[in-house]
Design a protein around this ligand. Sequence first.
Ligand SMILES: Cc1cc2nc3c(=O)[nH]c(=O)nc-3n(C[C@H](O)[C@H](O)[C@H](O)COP(=O)(O)OP(=O)(O)OC[C@H]3O[C@@H](n4cnc5c(N)ncnc54)[C@H](O)[C@@H]3O)c2cc1C
Length: 390
Amino acid sequence: MAERTAVVVGGGIGGLSTAAGLVRRAWSVKVLEQAAAFTEVGAGISLWPNAFRALEAVGVTDQLGEGRIGVAGGLRDWRGRWIVRMDDTVDATKYPAGAVVAHRSELLTVLLDQVPAESRMAGARVRGVRHDGRRAVVSYDGGELTADLVVGADGVRSAVRGAFWPDAAPPRYSRHTAWRIVLSRPAALAGAGAKAWAETWGPGGVFGMFPMPDDRVYCYATATVPPGGASPDGELAELRRRFRDWCEPVPTVLAAARPEQVLRNDIYYLPLLPAYVSGPVALVGDAAHAMTPNLGQGGCQALEDAATLAVLLDAEPDLAVALRRYDEVRRPRTQQLWKRSLMSGTLSHLRPAPVRVARNAVLRALPRSLFLRSLSRPFSWRPEVALAGR
Ligand SMILES: Cc1cc2nc3c(=O)[nH]c(=O)nc-3n(C[C@H](O)[C@H](O)[C@H](O)COP(=O)(O)OP(=O)(O)OC[C@H]3O[C@@H](n4cnc5c(N)ncnc54)[C@H](O)[C@@H]3O)c2cc1C
């Protein structure tokens, strides 16, 4: 068979994992990234068991697996009372939990290792894509490339999506802004609970804390604020003000952080698309289904998209058939998680005290097993599900 060619637009998690999966299956691939270098922001990312299976399918095996977090941890209210608590008595083997919180740059590095240098084109901003139903042409700052397949992995403001879904609604502000910090674990947090995770819910805001390998901690905070804001005295000062009265260890962690460690981003999501494929063009990751981060699944789903494409294109010689199947299996799954994420974001950011009290009471009354089952349901995904029932 003649060598098959692909152009991947965007060199983030979705684009590089797609490229890795295709290169591994002998495709000739070019990844066009608009930035001058392939980099990621300095924050953590939770990778759940489904992400690890996807990573394996695109060639990443042993790396990043260290420092898995168990189920121990839970949800608290801002006064420190547990809403849902999992301790060591929970039988972790019953639930496919166990995330690793990696640094984003570490994830990008292991993906870049799978994509040969000649496949990577940084500083190549894509301006347009067209196709005649069979082959696609990508115009970028440095010229044009023609390929059998074009993958739009260019994020929430995707130019590829704009070209083929011109009527699709633009990204929407979720009403929430996120702050993220990676720091060395403060000495005060050493000890028995150091490996537990916790998310704390307060009036209109959330503070999360996850252990990372090498004694680092990943923290995130979200709040309901208008978009486009910036604190005049810096984002760490803003966080210390907002979370001053919250239970420990929130103030301790914020006291230990340094201003340059804090990232602030408004959270946008994409209204749902009716298809992820048009002719020989497919969307992956945020370009297809940018979701709110409340389940920690956006990046994991980008990895699943990449693995699914690779597995299907390998098994099915007819590109149109493989892409049709890709759309069939990826749209329902990602859109269901998108909805759950949005719902979880609304639930966790409730403001009026009586509503929060009622919410917490309902959650406290739920059996822990139900909570864990619902939390871990998405994690059992395997790349081969795409091949079933073809
Ligand atoms: C606060 C926050 C916390 C999150 N936490 C988690 C988490 O814990 N776990 C998780 O799984 N997910 C998480 N996510 C979601 C995750 O970050 C995204 O789903 C993931 O980064 C999407 O990857 P992507 O490659 O599809 O898009 P992006 O990361 O947006 O990458 C797109 C790439 O395309 C490039 N590009 C754009 N336009 C062009 C163009 N015209 N030409 C060439 N290149 C272009 C961009 O420069 C960029 O490099 C979080 C998101 C947020 C906002």
